[in-house]
Design a protein around this ligand. Structure first.
Ligand SMILES: C[S@@+](CC[C@H](N)C(=O)[O-])C[C@H]1O[C@@H](n2cnc3c(N)ncnc32)[C@H](O)[C@@H]1O
Length: 231
């Protein structure tokens, strides 16, 4: 099944883009444009979040789960990957399965839109959920994007944890490289984040979770939320 062509934030992740992604995005762009280090800022957040039954939304190449599961002593026994793009799911599943080959970890994939209720039973709850660099890909307005937090809340165990990161909009200073990338990505529809602010995202998190921690590194907002609100 091809990715939806009317959603550039997902369709952009062709096998060729995924081949370049780790170097181009996780190294060059994160280091020099967003100034939020993959190794020093994002990976530690991912690793400290990962629990026995994990849900990863917006998987890209599967870099973060593969790194975390490749290290001895991971608590994770089951990981479910959700993405709108089957190419991302295939690349991530292959990589994560290889990284976790010596451990008995179940890897499932589901093609689904993070903005809609996920195709799991309401009783199917996850101990940890991550969404790294997903929100800036989702078409705005920002209040509408905040639906991803309600989607995550519905699938989260009462003692579970949600974590993620997203690139903020014009409210944060940007160097020339960040300016070029923000302009081209937003023009192409790969990003829709000019108006994304910490305040509005924080409101979306607090509407869905009782404990919310948000911090900004460079141009990225990182977050951690626990205690899903009952509805
Ligand atoms: C920038 S990549 C991030 C990949 C990975 N989490 C990382 O940080 O390296 C965004 C991923 O989100 C997926 N995506 C974009 N919009 C989506 C949506 N509405 N629902 C589910 N997945 C989506 C894309 O297909 C892509 O795999």
């Amino acid at each position: 099944m091809p990715p939806p062509r009317d959603n550039a934030g997902a369709a952009a992740y062709t096998p060729w883009v995924l081949y370049l992604y780790d170097w181009l995005v996780l190294y060059v762009t994160n280091t020099f444009a967003w100034k939020c280090s993959t190794a020093a800022d994002l990976l530690p957040l991912f690793e400290s979040t990962l629990q026995a039954k994990h849900l990863e939304i917006g998987v890209g190449t599967g870099y973060f789960p593969a790194k975390a599961l490749g290290r001895p002593g991971s608590r994770c026994k089951q990981i479910t990957l959700v993405d709108l793009n089957p190419s991302s799911l295939a690349a991530a599943k292959t990589r994560i399965s290889a990284a976790a080959a010596t451990q008995s970890i179940k890897v499932d994939t589901v093609v689904a839109d993070a903005m809609e209720p996920l195709p799991f039973a309401p009783s199917d709850k996850f101990d940890s959920i991550t969404m790294f660099y997903l929100i800036h890909c989702i078409p705005g307005p920002l209040e509408h994007k905040n639906r991803v937090f309600a989607v995550a809340r519905r699938q989260m165990a009462p003692d579970g944890v949600l974590a993620g990161a997203t690139v903020l909009g014009r409210s944060r200073p940007m160097n020339w490289l960040a300016g070029i990338l923000m302009n081209t990505h937003n023009r192409l529809g790969i990003f829709d984040n000019w108006d994304d602010t910490e305040e509005i995202l924080c409101r979306g998190l607090r509407e869905n979770f009782e404990d919310v921690t948000v911090w900004v590194v460079g141009r990225s907002m990182l977050f951690r939320a626990t205690r899903p609100r009952e509805r």
